[in-house]
Design a protein around this ligand. Structure first.
Ligand code: COA
Length: 213
């Protein structure tokens, strides 16, 4: 089995489409701020990503959630394909991320979605995809990388903690299935600690306990 990794390939008219979309206030309000489909109907990668991820994650994300992340940060979406000589290569893993300013003090990379096909798990595919995403976000200037995962997702917790992520917060009934989430953070640079310092000066002992859980 040969696994080939590559970045998401955006439809050819995506650049023009996003430029027009973001520049036009009326279009933004008409779509409620959602990113619509590009004029070219080449959403092949996106459809495959959605199929792979939606079969695994408990949250039922709509198409606009996928477009929001993948069309705005196409360079932070990495894919794994099983190369097969007889048939077309098949998508077996995907990671979807964003990179944006957080609370005006730091640049936060965010891993929004990650999934590997059941048949291909335990072979290091998620580790490779997350490593590529982290490297790309660090190259883009990320001060820290964050994500949420269900507290009982043993595979994800082990994967991320092996990579140096630390538990920063437990969020009660965070998911639609009423499960709790951990926020995990991978600190990269000094600004990653800013919020913690500010809060620890002001917060009560109880708040601090929650922050460091
Ligand atoms: C979590 C997931 C992406 C891991 O993918 P994967 O390709 O199997 O992961 P890897 O092979 O890179 O394994 C990475 C580490 O995860 C841990 N791991 C993987 N599967 C595990 C399992 N079933 N139980 C416990 N730990 C597990 C292992 O520690 C492994 O490292 P190690 O073998 O060196 O100890 C995959 O199980 C998945 O798609 N799950 C459903 C979707 C999901 O939960 N996504 C994450 C949401 S935040």
């Amino acid at each position: 089995m040969t696994i080939v990794y590559r970045k998401y390939k955006p439809p050819q008219d995506l650049h023009l489409h996003l430029h027009l979309h973001l520049a036009t206030q009326s279009e933004q309000s008409a779509t409620g701020g959602q990113v619509p489909a590009p004029r070219e109907s080449a959403e092949t990668d996106l459809t495959a990503i959605r199929q792979l991820i939606s079969s695994d994650l408990s949250e039922p994300y709509g198409i606009y959630v996928y477009r929001y992340f993948i069309y705005q940060w196409p360079h932070l979406c990495f894919l794994a394909f099983e190369q097969n000589k007889e048939v077309k290569s098949e998508l077996v893993g995907a990671v979807v991320c964003k990179l944006a300013t957080h609370r005006d003090v730091k640049l936060r990379g965010y891993i929004a979605m990650l999934a590997v096909a059941t048949s291909h798990r335990g072979k290091g595919i998620a580790t490779n995809l997350v490593t590529m995403a982290i490297e790309a976000m660090i190259s883009g200037g990320a001060d820290e990388i964050a994500l949420e995962t269900e507290v009982d997702n043993a595979a994800a917790m082990r994967l991320y903690e092996n990579m140096g992520f630390i538990r920063s917060k437990r969020m009660n009934r965070y998911y639609m299935n009423a499960n709790d989430a951990y926020r995990l953070i991978l600190p990269i640079n000094e600004p990653s600690t800013v919020r913690h310092h500010v809060l620890s000066e002001q917060a009560t002992e109880a708040q601090n306990m929650d922050l460091y859980l």
